[in-house]
Write a new protein. Structure first.
Length: 278
C-alpha cells in the first residue's frame, strides 16, 4: 500500500489516511479516535496491539480507582493532594497531583482534552527504563532503584544558543514501562525565571517520590507493630477462653479479622492509638 493510501484501524475497522493513524510496534494501524482511548504518554511504535487493547479496556477504570483512592485520606494533608497544582513550563501549562499514600500521580496537559482518560502514573515505575533481560538479578536491581531515596531520577535538559543562552528546557521523567520509557515536557524559555520553573517541577516530582518511599516505610513498620500487638492480644483472649472452659474459636476468628483489617489498611489512627496505649 502507498504512503498516502488509507489503512484500516485494527480495532474499529475505520479506514483512515496517514494523518489520522499511527503504526503499532506489531505493525497494525490504530486510528486517532482509538488512540485517544489509550495512554497519552504511550508511544504507539513501542506499543503492541495487545498492549493498546489493554489500555483501551482499563484506562478509565484506573483513573476512577485513583480518584477513589483519595477517599481513604487520613488527614487534611492527604485530602489536599487531591487538587491539581499548576506549573507553567514556558507556555506549556502542566497540571500535577499525587497521592503519596498510594504512590500514584497524574500529569495533565491542555492537549489531553480529547483523550478519554488522564493517565495514572506510579512512583515505583519512575525509574530509568530497562529492556527485558535474561539477567536473573534484574528484579533485585530494579527493586534497589525503586527504593533509592538518594536518587533524583527526574532531570532537566537545557538547549542553548551559540552565545550560551538557554533557549529551551525539557523535564525528563524516566518511566520503566515498555510503552512509555520516558516522558519529556519541553518548551521554550524567555529568562532565568522560566528556567527555574522547570527545575522546580523536576524537584517536586523527585521529592514526592521520596515522600512516598518514606511514608511506605513508616506504614510498613506501623503495620508490623500492629500485627505483633494483635497477635499477643489474640493469644491472651484464647488463654482466657480456655481457662473458663469456653470455645476459643471466637477469639481466634476475631484475631484473624483484625489481622486482615490491619493488612488492608482498614485500621485507622484512632484504633492504632488505642492498640498501643501504655
Amino acid at each position: 500500500m502507498g504512503l498516502f493510501s488509507k489503512e484500516a484501524c485494527t480495532f474499529c475497522g475505520k479506514e483512515v489516511g496517514m494523518l489520522g493513524r499511527s503504526k503499532l510496534a506489531t505493525k497494525e494501524f490504530i486510528c486517532n479516535d482509538c488512540k485517544r482511548k489509550t495512554n497519552y504518554f504511550a508511544r504507539m511504535d513501542y506499543t503492541s496491539k495487545e498492549d493498546a487493547q489493554w489500555m483501551m479496556d482499563n484506562m478509565a477504570q484506573g483513573e476512577a480507582d485513583f480518584e477513589a483512592s483519595y477517599d481513604g485520606a487520613e488527614s487534611r494533608f492527604d485530602s489536599a493532594e487531591r487538587s491539581f497544582n499548576t506549573w507553567d513550563l514556558g507556555s506549556l501549562r502542566v497540571h500535577y497531583r499525587r497521592n503519596t499514600r498510594t504512590g500514584g500521580f497524574q500529569i495533565k496537559l491542555n492537549d489531553m482534552s480529547r483523550y478519554a482518560s488522564i493517565p495514572v502514573l506510579y512512583f515505583d515505575t519512575m525509574i530509568p527504563y530497562e529492556f527485558a533481560s535474561e539477567n536473573s538479578n534484574l528484579a533485585e536491581i530494579r527493586r534497589m532503584d525503586i527504593i533509592d531515596t538518594s536518587a533524583n531520577y527526574v532531570t532537566v535538559d537545557e538547549d542553548k544558543d551559540s552565545e550560551g543562552k538557554v533557549t529551551s528546557c525539557t523535564v525528563v521523567i524516566p518511566y520503566n514501562d515498555k510503552c512509555i520509557r520516558e516522558i519529556r515536557l519541553k518548551n521554550d524559555v524567555r529568562d532565568a525565571n522560566d528556567v527555574e520553573t522547570f527545575y522546580d517541577f523536576a524537584q517536586r516530582l523527585n521529592q514526592d517520590r521520596i515522600n512516598w518511599l518514606n511514608r511506605a516505610a513508616f506504614d510498613l513498620d506501623r503495620k508490623n507493630r500492629m500485627q505483633v500487638r494483635n497477635l499477643g492480644d489474640t493469644a491472651m483472649e484464647v488463654l482466657k477462653a480456655a481457662a473458663k472452659g469456653e470455645s476459643v474459636e471466637e477469639a481466634v476468628k476475631k484475631g484473624i479479622e483484625t489481622a486482615n483489617d490491619i493488612e488492608e489498611g482498614k485500621v485507622k489512627q484512632g484504633f492504632f492509638g488505642k492498640l498501643f496505649k501504655k
